[in-house]
Design a binder for this molecule. Structure first.
Ligand code: NAP
Ligand code: ZN
Length: 340
């Protein structure tokens, strides 16, 4: 089969389309004929050597049709439409796994990162990691959400416990995770402030249902939040940009506020802002991945039509390097999807 492979770390030219052996369904597996998969910032981190295990077929988020089932699988038939859970690797026996907190396991990993993923014609996974996809949900929508909306769900719903009393600010709101966070916060009943880097992106976020939109290409986000909240600040900031944006995020929080951090696209913050953290009695909350239960809850909201991803574009395997470039420049809106 054809697959996009990162054989070693390096520049865009290391990302190659190759003929590789088609995986087989083991006894408990389903073999999936990939119809859509997503490009993620993690793919860029793998190429640069910050994450993952090259050589690897990338592709964390996958939707497709069951092409074969293992001998012990009775939940699926050939032809069934499925979307895949991506955090497939965890030990199952440590203190965290025993509590169901599989994303805290030392052996945490998954599709397209520590094992071959879905930037390919086929991928095989344990049947328990496949979820049946309703006919009315396009493969492209299903492939857009797992790791992005799943992590936003874990961060906002499970970790920060967002409810209708909360004002939630999402930074990097046009991103794959960010535009999911905007919708998930709204779904939880919160008042949503969405901040993005251009007027055009800001206008699209207004259409997504954000209550307040800030173009931080135009003004500092903490000034805008101070004005919009009558100097109170927001209860929750959802953040994945890192770097200097961390300081803005801390300034935007009201007393007792929670910062949910799920990424650091521009690198680490150079100051912890300790005086703000203790004086305002803030909580800094990390979130990574999602449990199978959180994935299921997020999918229920997708299947109900309460949340819906935006598809930036659909590209062939050969154009994955240019998708890396676009993600690195921050010029996409929603998800870039691969049709193998
Ligand atoms: N912890 C986890 O499990 C987990 C899961 C998924 C993703 N992540 C991480 O979260 C981050 C965001 O992921 P994503 O998939 O949402 O990425 P994405 O689709 O590329 O979106 C990132 C957004 O950040 C904003 N941004 C601001 N400065 C940027 C810069 N210098 N370069 C690129 N983007 C910049 C842009 O939005 P605006 O223009 O709207 O500001 C951009 O759309 C990545 O670092 C990723 O690795 C972590
Ligand atoms: Zn474990």
């Amino acid at each position: 089969m054809r697959a996009s492979v990162i054989p070693e770390t390096g520049g865009l030219d290391v990302v190659t389309v190759e003929e590789v052996p088609t995986p087989e369904a083991g006894a408990g597996d389903v073999l999936v004929d990939v119809k859509a998969s997503a490009v993620n910032h993690t793919d860029v981190w793998i190429r640069r050597g910050y994450e993952g295990d090259p050589p690897v077929v990338t592709g964390i988020d996958v939707a497709g049709e069951v092409a074969d089932v293992g001998a012990s699988v009775d939940r699926f038939d050939v032809g069934d439409r499925v979307v895949l859970y991506w955090n497939t690797e965890h030990c199952g026996t440590c203190e965290f796994c025993n509590d169901g907190e599989t994303t805290l396991c030392r052996d945490y990993g998954g599709l397209g990162v520590t094992r071959d993923g879905g930037h390919a014609e086929y991928v095989a996974v344990a049947a328990e990691h496949a979820v049946r996809l309703p006919e009315d949900v396009p493969f492209e929508h299903a492939a857009a959400v797992p790791s992005n909306f799943g992590t936003a769900w874990r961060g906002l719903v499970s970790r920060a416990d967002v409810d209708p009393s909360d004002d939630v600010l999402v930074l990097g709101a046009s991103g794959g995770v960010g535009h999911g966070a905007v919708q998930i916060a709204a779904h939880a009943g919160a008042t949503v402030y969405a901040a993005s880097s251009s007027a055009e992106k800001a206008a699209r976020l207004r259409e997504l249902g954000a209550d307040h939109v800030i173009d931080y290409g135009d003004r500092d986000v903490d000034d805008a939040i101070a004005e919009l909240t009558d100097r109170r600040g927001v209860d929750v900031v959802f953040e994945s940009i890192g770097g200097d944006t961390y300081k803005q995020a801390i300034r935007c929080l009201t007393r007792g506020g929670r910062l949910v951090t799920i990424g650091a696209t521009t690198g680490d913050a150079d100051e912890a802002m300790l005086q703000h953290v203790f004086w305002k009695q803030l909580e800094v909350i990390g979130a990574t991945g999602a449990t199978m239960g959180e994935f299921g809850d997020m999918l229920d909201a997708l299947f109900d039509g309460a949340i819906e991803p935006i598809i930036d574009s659909v590209i062939p395997l050969e154009e994955i390097p240019s998708a890396h470039e676009r993600l690195s420049a921050g010029d996409s809106f929603g998800k870039i999807i691969v049709s193998p």
